[in-house]
Design a protein around this ligand. Sequence first.
Ligand SMILES: [Fe+2]
Ligand SMILES: [Fe+2]
Length: 436
Amino acid sequence: MGPEASLDHDVYLRTAVSVERDGWANFDYVKMPDYRWGIFLEPAEPGGKINFGEHKGEPAWQEVPGEHRANLRRIIVTQGDTEPASVEQQRHLGQTCPSLYDLRNLFQVNVEEGRHLWAMVYLLHRYFGRDGREEADALLTRRSGDGDNPRILGAFNERTPDWLSFFMFTHFTDRDGKFQLCALAESGFAPLARTTRFMLTEEAHHMYVGESGVSRVIQRTCQVMSELGTDEPDAIRAAGAIDLETLQRYVNFHYSVTIDLFGGDQSSNAATFYTSGLKGRFGETRRADDHVLKDRAYPVLEVVEGRVVEHEAPMLNALNEVLRDDYIRDSVRGVGRWNKVIETAGGAFRLKLPHKGFNRRIGGLAGAPISPDGRVIPDEEWKANASRWLPTAADRAFVASLMGRVVEPGKFANWIAPPAAGINGQPPGFEYVRFN
Ligand SMILES: [Fe+2]
Ligand SMILES: [Fe+2]
């Protein structure tokens, strides 16, 4: 279920051979079927404790705590299910790569997501006995988009249609992965914490691929705008670049779909996972509070009489919202870096993340007609503007029309600028993939 038609390629991949400083980034040509799927755990912390919830201060679990077994298994299965899903969503993208450099990055992300699946399968086999093995088998047989046996979360059953979507996905949705992994890296179950900590070192590259990919698209668009002396979308498109308005619609779509992945804004499961010491908050041990959170409140949003209003919910129940807000703060910074690219090129346009309530399907704001600037609007206004706010069929067809296949070393598709630097000190024009 890896990338299509790629089994025989030699790919300049980073392979981890140990968690040590000199072990996790070995670069060489590898055929993807030969990529080494090791099991990597950060070194155990001697005397490590559970840092939150009702077991706070007790020694971290080295084996599965019997009373929390079902919840722990569910957390591991849910995380594990997302990892290969993105590979399955992206299988066909190699056929339309904008360069060898980008093709290599796609393959790198794909093999690492495969290994992340393997890391979760390992935990299920090693620590859960027979029911763990059954869950692991099910993980390995589900397929993104399969009518009978789909991946668990809806967003992971949509095909990633083109490279712009791939960059948006790795920027926004792999970042969701980062925050989920950070919460699991705090787990009182030590093998899960140690495994996810190592996964995070790889996850950083996935987000880099997304952020720098979108930056390069913006850079190319700005170059075309200044060459033509116009910011008219039709003129930009006629020149084979992607207008910033279209990019904004892709941002709106990927951001809103991704923040849904954090789940309902009030969730008794989230409270249970925290209180039982299985899943912490982002940066749990760096936070200055009691790490038990009883009697504390957190603001969540709802629509009351045609307006978005905040109300206080018990913090334990609002932990999905807490994690979502941490994610949002991180995402805002990424968009700021994209705007710097436009600013440096002298453009006036600024990309913006839409309001948290825009285009939501999950939680208290699900289905509410909320504009990108956060106003609850009449349904007619939503209908009249949806095509300005979200990618249309015509946008997607236009982006698809740009997707050729560029595989000559050092050549890049017309719609994207070359990167400032290559991988592992190699130049951008390095032969990152050999086709044999
Ligand atoms: Fe991953
Ligand atoms: Fe990832």
